[in-house]
Design a protein around this ligand. Structure first.
Ligand code: B12
Length: 436
């Protein structure tokens, strides 16, 4: 069959290119190609207005009307990505497919899917639509109500994709339900690209009260070291990628057997490529040798998962880390050659019932170690423990995923101006630390 896969626009108050790629969709594409289907890709986010650090960009955006549920947020609401006209042109150029598959990420970005479906139905009214991804899985009821007639494939796509499209094609591939069968189909990008996202493992052994990771990938599975290195080799030699981001939930788990040999392989290959970890790293597993391997392998952006200095919060975060762990991690990273410009620690803000003073304590502790903070604003995620608590502050959360936005929910607890002043003050300290 001919299948057109689409990564929708982002609809939000802000959108940052953290080497952003629809990795899930690219894995689905590879599986479908291995079944013999002809696959094409439209990535609505692949349009930039300016270049930034390490191959990232400012994503093109247009101001659009704010949905009713968000009128209380005093910020401009935007559609991020290609223009509607460019989208229509790409869909027409792709030619009429047998199926259109659409991916989804943040729950509160669903208006992007609404627009993709509106456009596709205009151009190819009779072509069946399939929706998968994070939003489709975490908000299945909401998406089924909003998109009647659209086939929903929830959860892990690998396996299900064969089953669904196999049935449609009248043949089942019988491929193993292993995740890492094929490399993500980056070759579907028609334009050259300089960044990519990669995962070396799927799932996470921890069960933090605010994270849906275990719901989305119940099993923890690591790709083989050889396969990861072969994948990176392909990005370097075939696509000339200069910056690669790890999108793993848990890159450091089983570090002796996994991340360490991967880094040794990267160092031995001598590739001219930088690596980044936009998803927080589990610092408990960070020892001196790993710090040195990260530095030698040119892992240039290190984000550490700290979340909070408060013991109760640490317990909610599966007790995955302590203040002592962070102090030790910063010491070994600095002795490996890193500076405050390469390092930052995630601190969560806006958890249900979380006083700003507690967040400030965590930020002060991180700053006292000489590194900046990456503020992770809390997004209530359906199916998680904290979601139930969050409903007390915003009862409309389940019915309206727009309110699950990490820029919006904290406003159900904090005064807008106080919160802004708090963020500005700490951003200033971050800048001073990075300038030093
Ligand atoms: C990588 C990642 C990021 C990346 C960017 C991801 C991106 N492309 O946009 C970065 C680091 C930028 C990021 C940022 C944030 N993230 Co994040 N992130 C993830 C993470 C760890 C992995 C997503 C991923 O790539 N998975 C790997 C791919 C292979 O899986 P997949 O996409 O699910 O695809 C599979 C299936 O869904 C399916 N499938 C997918 N598409 C399709 C299409 C079809 C047609 C079919 C049939 C199947 C199918 O098949 C695929 C293969 O099995 C998830 C957690 C998780 N484990 O999912 C959190 C997660 C999505 N993020 C989350 C959060 C909270 C955030 C932040 C708000 C954190 C913060 N406070 O700063 C920010 C938000 C940024 C913003 N602007 O709003 C939440 C979701 C929040 C929400 N309400 O939706 C998650 C679920 C983690 C959690 N805490 O629960 N994140």
């Amino acid at each position: 069959m001919k299948i057109l896969l689409i990564n929708p626009w982002i609809y939000d108050f802000a959108a940052y290119d953290f080497w952003i790629r629809p990795l899930g969709l690219l894995y689905v594409a590879a599986e479908l190609e291995s079944d013999g289907h002809t696959v094409q890709l439209i990535d609505c986010l692949a349009d930039y207005t300016a270049a930034k650090k390490f191959g990232t960009h400012v994503i093109r955006s247009e101001r659009i009307e704010k949905p009713a549920a968000l009128v209380h947020v005093p910020r401009y609401y935007k559609r991020y990505g290609i223009s509607i006209a460019a989208f229509q042109k790409q869909v027409a150029q792709a030619g009429k497919p047998d199926y259109i598959g659409i991916t989804s990420m943040m729950t509160y970005w669903y208006p992007g899917i609404v627009e993709v479906i509106r456009q596709c139905r205009d151009i190819y009214p009779e072509v069946p639509l399939v929706l998968g991804g994070v939003y489709a899985t975490l908000c299945a009821e909401h998406s089924q109500e909003l998109f009647p007639g659209v086939k929903l494939v929830t959860g892990r796509g690998i396996g299900r994709v064969h089953e669904f499209f196999g049935k449609q094609a009248g043949k089942l591939s019988g491929q193993p339900d292993r995740f890492f069968n094929h490399m993500p189909a980056y070759h579907l990008y028609k334009q050259p690209f300089e960044t990519a996202a990669v995962i070396t493992s799927i799932g996470c052994p921890f069960h933090c009260s605010y994270c849906a990771g275990p719901l989305l990938q119940p099993a923890f599975e690591q790709n083989s070291v050889e396969a990861v290195l072969a994948e990176i080799k392909q990005y370097v030699e075939e696509h000339h990628v200069a910056d690669l981001a790890f999108y793993d939930d848990a890159l450091f788990v089983r570090n002796e057997a996994h991340v360490k040999p991967i880094l040794r392989g990267i160092i031995a290959a001598g590739w001219q490529i930088r690596f980044h970890t936009p998803n927080g790293l589990h610092i408990r597993y960070l020892d001196e040798e790993l710090a040195h391997l990260l530095y030698q392998a040119k892992v240039r952006t290190i984000r550490l998962s700290f979340e909070s200095v408060d013991p109760g919060r640490q317990r909610d975060s599966s007790s995955k880390t302590t203040a002592a762990d962070l102090e030790r991690a910063v010491t070994v990273l600095m002795s490996a050659g890193y500076t405050s410009r390469d390092l930052s620690a995630y601190v969560l803000a806006g958890l249900p019932g979380q006083p700003l003073a507690e967040v400030q304590q965590s930020i002060d502790f991180v700053h006292s170690l000489g590194i900046p903070v990456s503020l992770a604003e809390y997004s209530p995620v359906p199916g998680t423990l904290d979601f139930t608590k969050a409903l007390q502050y915003e009862p409309r959360l389940a019915a309206e995923p727009l309110l699950q936005n990490c820029s919006v929910f904290p406003l159900s607890q904090y005064d807008f101006d106080d919160y802004n002043a708090f963020k500005t003050k700490n951003a200033d300290i971050n800048r001073k630390l990075c300038a030093s």
